[in-house]
Design a protein around this ligand. Structure first.
Ligand SMILES: [Zn+2]
Length: 345
């Protein structure tokens, strides 16, 4: 996740935010039914703590040198992600089979060079031009004074979570259960230096933004913060109700149906001084009026430090949180209609 200092200037640019459910939204709650419960339960079982431990221990190892945008470690991480999708026979989102969307040097701050987002997708069976985007950044801070910042939680956790979700949808496909809409697995670069990967995607979308049902963005979901040290499994949900309260209701229902995490809305408060809503890639989608959810574990003492390492990840909790995102994604990829925007009430 991006450091706070960079975002203060954009704090008040999104003016039409609503957080209170309306009376009509409450009625909507009764109309939401969970689709394909048995299938969701079945395929979410492929999302496991042991998979996470194996993949994240490597992704956050010294081999990737902290994945700094434009540096060799970031390119190696992009290559790792691309090879994952190739090995699972999950298609690139471009016809040229590179899996890369290259950000030109001119788009990035001086001295960075080029960098790349990594995009893979599963094609929808009924509405292939409509898409659900599951995103997370894979860049981190690199090495400072020769000390590697491994970024296991930030955002190795989200990067590997996307691959786990993709694998679960692929297993469903192999058994004949394709999603109705397409699902884009979007690994973003250059987040830590200013949300450039997501900015570039929304300016150069592969799927029409108007046909993008929602963006589920994952940034730091492998740890436990101080506030929850002595409590049960939890996850912060940020932004879900701001553009479409229907998205918030689906997220809630997916949780009570499958995962029963404590969903904490503390940081969804518009007055929260941390301003997390503005600090990761979903914000660039929200600015386009695309409903978003930002999944987040809160900050901890290793945030943006070399000590954000893979051995400190809570793997069972990381798997459970990812199962919630998978269950929510399944609903969004298969529901009949688009999400009702709040302005429509
Ligand atoms: Zn960060």
């Amino acid at each position: 996740m991006k450091a706070l200092i960079l975002v203060l200037i954009i704090v008040f640019t999104h003016s039409c935010i609503k957080t209170k459910p309306t009376a009509k939204a409450k009625n909507l709650n009764n109309t939401i039914t969970i689709l394909d419960s048995t299938l969701v339960s079945k395929f979410s079982k492929s999302i496991t703590a042991s998979d996470f431990k194996r993949r994240l221990s490597y992704f956050a190892s010294k081999d990737f040198q902290g994945r700094k945008t434009g540096k060799i470690g970031q390119r190696k991480a992009a290559d790792y992600l691309r090879n994952f999708y190739k090995s699972k026979n999950i298609a690139p989102a471009f016809n040229d089979s590179t899996y890369y969307q290259t950000l030109p040097e001119s788009f990035l701050p001086k001295g960075i060079g080029t960098s790349e987002n990594v995009l893979a997708y599963i094609k929808g069976s009924q509405n292939p031009n409509e898409v659900l985007i599951i995103s997370g950044h894979f860049d981190h801070l690199g090495a400072k004074d020769n000390v590697i910042h491994f970024g296991a939680d930030d955002n190795g956790s989200g990067s590997v979570a996307i691959t786990e979700i993709a694998e679960a949808f692929k297993l469903a496909e192999l058994e004949g259960y394709l999603p109705k809409r397409s699902i884009l697995f979007l690994h973003l670069t250059a987040e830590e230096i200013g949300l450039y990967g997501s900015k570039y995607y929304v300016e150069n979308p592969v799927f029409d933004l108007k046909k993008t049902i929602a963006n589920l963005n994952i940034d730091m979901i492998g740890r436990v913060d101080k506030r929850h040290e002595n409590t049960s499994d939890y996850l912060y949900i940020i932004g879900a109700n701001r553009i479409s309260n229907e998205l918030h209701l689906i997220s809630e229902k997916a949780n009570t149906s499958f995962t029963n995490l404590v969903l904490d809305y503390k940081y969804n408060d518009e007055n929260d001084s941390n301003r997390y809503y503005y600090r990761s890639d979903h914000y660039n989608f929200a600015k386009q009026d695309i409903p978003v959810i930002f999944y987040f574990n809160g900050e901890h003492s290793d945030y943006h430090k070399p000590t954000d390492t893979a051995d400190k990840i809570n793997y069972p909790l990381l798997a459970k949180r990812t199962q919630l995102i998978f269950a929510t994604a399944w609903q969004l990829a298969n529901k009949t209609d688009f999400l009702t925007p709040n302005s429509g009430f």
